[in-house]
Design a binder for this molecule. Structure first.
Ligand code: BES
Ligand code: MN
Ligand code: MN
Length: 464
């Protein structure tokens, strides 16, 4: 197994170039202008899986974008690992904030990545990360080091809510049957502080529309005499948090899992510098729910944030107008036991209830998903922990993340298996932002670590 290091050094340039090629295709699932590119990316993933040694690869059609499925089954006596990832990416806008074009990958050194980082949309989320698994498979098949059956399922709609995958999974339970699900679509604490993600937050995403008068009005002739939808909307949004930054929606916290003091103390042991956190973001102070630390606020506590707000005149110069409508997009990050459908209902009821006379309010639910927690007493976690111990020479820290991969809870429900989140990105890699990047070191460290997971998982499975 030590041959993984020499395999990497022998094939380094090719492994990097193949990823760069994949990053050139703009697989933006949110924008239908890129439909052809999304499909082209699926085809490219298919051919990479074939070349890496899968015996059977197919592009599975769905009501939306296709799912690439590949497998290498060696023996019924061996455990099966299901690898999940997504080949779609977030829209790159605002384009003018990128230092180089988002779909023309370049490698540049940064302070945290002295060996270089790949700058491109999707480099970390998630093309670069799922591609580590393809390259690890290539090594294992070419060098006769594959100790498990492997299945790959790479989808093209993660960034827009995984609707087609939610359709696909319950219809293909047999095909997807596995002993553990392995995903690299999260991060780790630092290059010298390996961690395994043990929790993901749930999500409820809604759009709200406030309507006042039946047309846009002159703000002098009508101002002060009719409800201004933008004024009202901002007031309603402001009322959703109290002075302690608790969310005011009745029932919102009813099912929130409260962690014990002991668990919170354990969490606080993970290395973290508030000063570095603030200076990385150029902020003077952090902000959030009273009574919780920064790391608690962004992992074990639920949140409500406006993601976009618009209405009225936003063009050049000034136009004196009271808009007829105002809009906002709001995300609520949820924690274990909060049900996203229930929370969406609670939000809708509350938001409609607080609308003053003179406006009407419409709440449109978008996608959502349940949170997830991976227990650390299972062989999947133990195998991952041993794998990091081998390649980082440090035991990884279990850490809950603030992000969401809604499909993970569905995997547990439908396929009855646990998911292990082996992420190799850093928080500073700017996923979803301009100048997204992924460290070259991180990419190869992932490729090096993954085969060890297979080895230990196989060993621990036979013991069980
Ligand atoms: N890979 C991310 C989620 C993530 C990133 C989790 C880092 C933990 C650490 C995923 O692609 C993503 O962006 N998820 C969305 C939700 C989805 C429904 C659009 C999110 O978290 O906003
Ligand atoms: Mn992702
Ligand atoms: Mn994402």
């Amino acid at each position: 197994m030590n041959s993984i290091k020499s395999y990497i050094s022998e094939h380094k340039d090719r492994m990097l170039n193949e990823l760069l090629e994949l990053l050139k295709i703009p697989s933006i699932s949110a924008n239908s202008d890129y439909e052809k590119d999304v499909i082209k990316t699926a085809e490219s993933v298919k051919s990479h899986l074939e070349k890496a040694g899968c015996d059977h690869v197919e592009i599975c059609e769905t009501p939306g974008y296709p799912i690439v499925y590949g497998e290498k089954i060696i023996s019924n006596d061996l455990p099966t690992v299901l690898v999940y990832g997504h080949y779609d990416v977030q829209p790159p806008d605002p384009l003018d904030l990128w230092d180089s074009p988002p779909f023309e990958p370049v490698i540049k050194e940064t302070q945290l990545h002295p060996d270089g980082a790949i700058f491109a949309r999707g480099s970390c989320d998630d093309k670069g990360q799922f591609f580590m698994h393809v390259k690890a498979l290539e090594y294992m098949t070419k060098e006769g080091q594959l100790p498990c059956n492997v299945k790959f399922m790479i989808e093209g709609e993660e960034e827009v809510g995984s609707e087609s995958l939610s359709w696909f999974v319950p219809r293909n339970k047999e095909k997807l049957a596995n002993d553990v699900i392995l995903i690299s679509d999260t991060g780790m604490i630092a290059k010298d502080v390996p961690s395994i993600t043990t929790g993901l937050r749930g999500l409820s995403y809604v759009e709200v529309e406030v309507t006042g008068p039946n047309r846009d009005l002159h703000s002098g002739l009508y101002g002060g005499a009719v409800a201004n939808p933008i004024n009202i909307l901002t007031k309603m949004i402001a009322s959703l948090h109290d002075e302690n930054n608790h969310i005011t929606i009745p029932g919102f916290y009813d099912k929130v899992e409260e962690l014990s003091r002991e668990e919170r103390n354990k969490m606080a042991e993970a290395p973290f510098s508030l000063e570095d956190y603030k200076s990385a973001l150029d902020i003077e102070a952090v902000y959030g729910e009273a009574g919780y630390t920064t790391n608690e606020r962004n992992s074990i506590r639920p949140t409500l944030d406006v993601n976009g707000i618009w209405g009225g005149y936003t063009g050049e110069g000034a136009k004196t107008v009271i808009a007829s409508k105002a809009y906002a997009k709001i995300s609520m990050r949820l924690v274990p036991h909060q049900d996203w459908h229930e929370i969406t209902d609670l939000f809708k009821k509350h938001f409609e209830a607080i609308a003053p006379k003179g406006v009407t309010v419409e709440v449109k639910p978008h996608h959502g998903g349940q949170g997830y927690v991976t227990p650390i007493d299972n062989i999947g976690y133990q195998a991952a922990s041993k794998a990091y111990k081998t390649t980082f020479e440090k035991t990884p820290i279990p850490q809950r993340s603030g992000g969401s991969i809604p499909i993970v809870a569905l995997f547990e429900k439908e396929l009855k298996s646990k998911t292990i989140l082996m992420g190799f990105g850093l928080d500073s890699d700017a996923i979803h932002s301009p100048n997204e990047h992924f460290g070259v070191w991180n990419y190869f460290k992932g490729i090096e670590t993954i085969p060890w997971f297979y080895k230990y998982f196989s060993e621990l499975s036979t013991k069980a």
